[in-house]
Design a protein around this ligand. Structure first.
Ligand SMILES: Nc1ncnc2c1ncn2[C@@H]1O[C@H](COP(=O)(O)OP(=O)(O)O)[C@@H](O)[C@H]1O
Ligand SMILES: O=C(O)[C@H](O)C(=O)COP(=O)(O)O
Length: 576
């Protein structure tokens, strides 16, 4: 059982943080280390002096001596000292505000912090500044003191505390998010959320993180290194379950990257019997006897055998992983999955293999697999695997925020996927909108520039134009034979990235992108920061909104119905 040393500088933080653990992570064992002189001493010192810094370090060492897997400070007034202690510790040492600040910055740049304990304000401002600088997002934090609130809670009058904090929240205008400064203030989260339309965040509840990598088809050693770095970061945030998400068509080559990355993550986490389940039944991706199907076809006959970067020529997931050097791979067959969560868990635990392909042909199977994975350190799968994982988390969340608004504005479609579905969607779009074919040989020869295509698109922007590079398997094979697979992909990635940048710079506010790699290139070039997930346009493809107001739909080549492009652009329009 994971042991977390909680270090409290004030008694008023104890109850909220325990309540948060009980709700969000009941399997953990939080232990309390209390030095209630810290908070008044901090107030008297007026800053984090040497003596306080040494005390924070000693407490961190003591927390580790108790055998804790991580140390969490519950008082917000010691940021720099905690950072210094963390640098010397051999396991995660966390400040209370890290996750909350990031969650708030995901909502936009203008953040307000309601702060009942004035001496904590300066160091929290510093922490916020450091995080905003690290992310380069230009976020600003205004501190709003809430006189009387801390005194009320110290006197046990929670109702008054909550009323004061909520009243402050209700007065705020023009902010993208409000954060509540201390663990003790989290008590007022519900009241404050009711008092305002602005999303409100508190420390204990803001504790989830996603890292999006573009590692599907880069060299395996780089994919492993990037994934391990992401894992370390997530562990440092205190994450207790890590999901390695890959495509539900298992996009990879005999060199990787799913097998090597999954093995490296399992090794770092000491995990065995790790589930491998790319099933996404809603999209026709099912697994039976370890073989992946797309609709009523084996994967290798579904069109994926012609994929430009990751041609999937073998539907046997165990054999495919074996070619990627994973060693023997286990199987939990459908007949066991149908016996339910306990049987699945027992089968995974009994397996000698590190990786275990798990059959699933329906959403009910994914729910049972999800239940079996409660507490598993590592899970791997397509996006469908998430279906059954949420039930293990009793997360109310920090309140539902009002969706971001997109200024109605010009919309453009970019297609780099060569999948059959994308090519049909392009033809469908052509019937009512202008469609421009990007001349790939001219791109490779350097005679066609992204700026030229941007100019063509912008001239037609009122009619929802589309530009595509998507070629038939024969055209793709010709380009690759002439220039090499990686060179074509890299050049087109760069082209789409520059094209998207030029379009957004010229005022495009709605962008639909077809193709996973192509979407990765566009997002890397635009660097929009965290994206808010909105309504689902078609299964597996939501509207995404950036803090800047830009709306995106990033579509796997295979996903979406034939009329997807126009519907996606339409779905991004804000309606009164
Ligand atoms: N005409 C073309 N010839 C060769 N390769 C192409 C062509 N058009 C696009 N590509 C490449 O095909 C790949 C498509 O991958 P991706 O965008 O991930 O789509 P999907 O989601 O269908 O896998 C990209 O690497 C892209 O650069
Ligand atoms: O066809 C598929 O299943 C896709 O390649 C896929 O899995 C993409 O998934 P994503 O969730 O859109 O990355």
């Amino acid at each position: 059982m994971t042991r977390i040393a909680l270090i409290h500088a004030t008694p008023i933080a104890v109850e909220p943080v325990h309540a948060a653990f009980a709700a969000l992570w009941p399997e953990a064992r939080p232990i309390d280390i209390m030095d209630y002189s810290l908070s008044p001493d901090r107030e008297a010192a007026g800053c984090i002096d040497d003596a306080l810094t040494r005390r924070i370090e000693a407490l961190t060492r003591y927390g580790i001596l108790t055998g804790a897997d991580a140390v969490l400070f519950t008082c917000s007034a010691f940021g720099a000292a905690i950072e210094a202690a963390a640098a010397r510790a051999d396991r995660p040492v966390l400040r209370p505000n890290e996750a909350m600040f990031r969650a708030a910055m995901d909502r936009g740049r203008r953040i307000a912090m309601i702060c009942p304990f004035a001496p904590a304000a300066a160091s929290m401002q510093d922490e916020f500044r450091a995080e905003a600088d690290r992310l380069g997002n230009g976020a600003t934090l205004d501190t709003i003191l809430a006189p009387g609130a801390i005194e009320a809670v110290r006197a046990g009058d929670i109702a008054t505390h909550n009323r004061i904090v909520a009243a402050k929240a209700g007065e705020l205008r023009g902010y993208d998010a409000i954060v509540l400064a201390h663990f003790s203030t989290a008590r007022a989260l519900d009241d404050a959320s009711r008092a305002t339309d602005i999303p409100v965040f508190a420390s204990p509840q803001a504790a989830a993180g996603v890292v999006a990598l573009k590692s599907r088809s880069i060299p395996a050693d780089r994919a492993v290194a990037q994934s391990l770095a992401a894992l370390d970061w997530l562990l440092a945030q205190g994450c207790r379950q890590v999901v390695f998400k890959y495509c539900s068509t298992f996009d990879s080559t005999p060199q990787g990257n799913i097998g090597p990355v999954a093995m490296a993550l399992a090794d770092r986490l000491g995990a065995r019997g790790v589930v491998v389940c790319p099933a996404f039944p809603t999209m026709g991706r099912t697994i039976y006897q370890g073989h992946l199907f797309v609709g009523d076809r084996l994967l290798s006959e579904s069109g994926m055998q012609d994929h430009p970067l990751t041609p999937m020529t073998d539907p046997d997931l165990r054999r495919w992983l074996g070619r990627q050097g994973t060693g023997p791979v286990g199987l939990v067959p459908l007949c066991v999955v149908r016996q339910g969560a306990a049987a699945i868990r027992a089968a995974l635990e009994a397996s000698d293999a590190t990786l275990v392909v798990t059959d699933a042909t329906s959403d009910e199977d994914l729910m049972a697999i999800g239940a079996a994975l409660a507490g598993a350190r590592l899970v791997t799968g397509g996006s469908g695997i998430a279906l059954g994982l949420a039930q293990n988390l009793d997360v109310a969340g920090p309140g539902v925020a009002a969706p971001r608004r997109t200024a109605p504005g010009p919309g453009v479609v970019l297609a780099g996927s060569c999948s059959g579905m994308t090519r049909r969607q392009i033809e469908h779009h052509r019937a009512a909108h202008p469609v421009i074919e990007i001349d790939v040989p001219a791109v490779m020869a350097g005679t066609l520039t992204p700026e030229a295509v941007a100019r063509q698109l912008l001239a037609l922007v009122a009619q929802a134009p589309l530009a595509f590079s998507s070629g038939s398997p024969e055209q793709v094979a010709r380009m690759q034979a002439e220039y090499g697979r990686e060179a074509v992909a890299a050049r087109l990635d760069g082209f789409f990235g520059d094209l998207a940048r030029a379009l957004v710079a010229a005022g495009v506010t709605r962008l639909v992108v077809a193709g996973g790699e192509t979407s990765g290139a566009v997002v890397s070039a635009l660097a929009p920061g965290a994206l808010e997930v909105g309504a689902e346009i078609d299964p597996g493809v939501p509207v995404l909104r950036a803090a800047s107001g830009l709306a995106l739909a990033l579509k796997s080549g295979n996903f979406g119905a034939e009329d997807f492009f126009a519907r996606a652009l339409d779905g991004m329009e804000d309606r009164p």
